[in-house]
Ligand binder design. Sequence first.
Ligand SMILES: NC(=O)c1ccc[n+]([C@@H]2O[C@H](COP(=O)([O-])OP(=O)(O)OC[C@H]3O[C@@H](n4cnc5c(N)ncnc54)[C@H](OP(=O)(O)O)[C@@H]3O)[C@@H](O)[C@H]2O)c1
Length: 304
Amino acid sequence: MSHLQASNLFSVKDRVVVVTGGGSGLGRIMTKALDANEVSKIFILGRREDALQETISQTINGTVIPIKCDITSKESLEAAYEAIAAQTTHVDLLIANSGIMGPLMKPPQPAADGSLPPLSQVRDELFNVPMDEFNKVLNVNVTGSYYTVLAFLPLLEAANKRRPAPQPGVLAAPTAQVIITSSIAGYARKVPFSFAYNASKSATTQLVKMLSTSFAYYGIRVNGISPGLYYSDMANHIFQAAGITGQAIEDGSFPREMIPATRGGSEEDMAGLIVWLASNSGGYINGNILVTDGGRISVVPASY
Ligand SMILES: NC(=O)c1ccc[n+]([C@@H]2O[C@H](COP(=O)([O-])OP(=O)(O)OC[C@H]3O[C@@H](n4cnc5c(N)ncnc54)[C@H](OP(=O)(O)O)[C@@H]3O)[C@@H](O)[C@H]2O)c1
């Protein structure tokens, strides 16, 4: 067999993985994809045990272990870490994927004559959102992701210590990796009036860059993914606002000016990306943010 065949290039065999937010949406797809491709163990974290169990029921190889965890609590992260450390000597890949959307303000609608609503009205609507609600988004998406990475550093380091001594002409398995789920909302000013979420995802993207630099000399790689629109509990309302039901993975589901691919992200789109990043051929990727959005970031008009 050639070392350039897909089965070797994209092998994730025997990896040990942790996925936060593995009980739904993108985290569930990632878990199903890695389970289907011969990883050794996947620990999925989240607050809802029933959601974690539902993910397990959708996997085929019995690799998934649920761990109840709230990533906004250091105690909860430490307890999750201890529970996982009791079941594995190392973690090859940590996917800090948990996130929330938070308050989404309706953009100011012009009056029948096209005039803007008074600024005072817009200001009041925004100002009425309690600061706690705004802070909660930053707390989960930024602070929670950051402390998740810190919590798992020892098990990631342990994965690197298991790597064999270099041999001439032999490519070793990749070094340990963190993948953080950010969003194209962190780049674009789209999804208007979603101030807390968009600001949080800009911060998340910066977190990826800073963490990749800070831990580069420890051999721990940090990458980010920035999805566009994938059907999930969180994204459901955006689909609904566009008058679209279901996953919308068929061509023609979305207007081209909203998503040039004319469809939502599919399980295959996310599974392929995460398996590649986790695989042997993803080993040279470090400090990258990978956009998976069918071209949405390039064209989305502000009204979407
Ligand atoms: N779907 C999209 O189109 C899209 C686009 C761009 C970025 N994203 C990002 O993708 C990630 C996953 O979102 P999703 O779309 O899959 O939505 P989702 O189905 O709502 O998933 C969010 C996950 O985060 C977990 N979570 C929330 N708060 C948590 C906490 N305090 N502690 C631990 N886990 C927590 C939830 O589990 P529990 O409630 O059980 O704790 C849930 O499984 C998020 O970071 C989101 O911002 C999604």
